[in-house]
Design a protein around this ligand. Sequence first.
Ligand code: FES
Ligand code: FES
Length: 213
Amino acid sequence: MSEHPDDPATPPTGFTRRGFIATVGTGAIAAAAAAQAATDQAPPGAELPDSADLVRVTLTVNGRAHRLLVEPRWSLLYVLRERLGLTATKLGCERGECGVCTVLVDDKPAYSCMMLAVESEGKAIVTLEGLMHGEELGPVQRAFAEQDAFQCGYCTPGQIMAVEGLLRANPGPALDEIRAGVSGNICRCGAYAHIFKAGQRAAELKKQEGGRS
Ligand code: FES
Ligand code: FES
């Protein structure tokens, strides 16, 4: 996992989550904190009934193992949002077209609406909450904020995860590669020019910070 913000070795960026929220008011990244708090307060799956229809799985999300009872038909998206309280991952088309539900699965962007929770076992899942460093935003999140790479913000969590996945595979993408990297993520507000700039800026920030997420 990445460095922790409480670690004095972590370079100060001057851009905190609190500062970002003060700037943009609402948005996907703000949801991350509340989601994390909900996760911390409620043991995952504690309220689930004991049923023969439920399957026990262990999902590794943001470096933390969660033992859960799930129905075989439940999507990874449903379990992230409704069972783990990780609501930064958004629900859109629910049929693999819009990309708002993008998470990383073994470092690669994936539509969580198109994966079953039961097939996610044994894989390393990262959501937008997993890019946070306590109160500090990760470099891709900061790049989106710096470049005003959103309007309504609904697509932003998926766009950020797509860029994060791209940069994990290709730390120095060309503009065309950035465009291709987010091509599975629709922005209804048409903020694409800023999203592409955010991808370029994210690559710079990651390079400056030693490749951390
Ligand atoms: S909600 Fe998953 S691709 Fe649209
Ligand atoms: S910022 Fe509104 S959908 Fe992309």
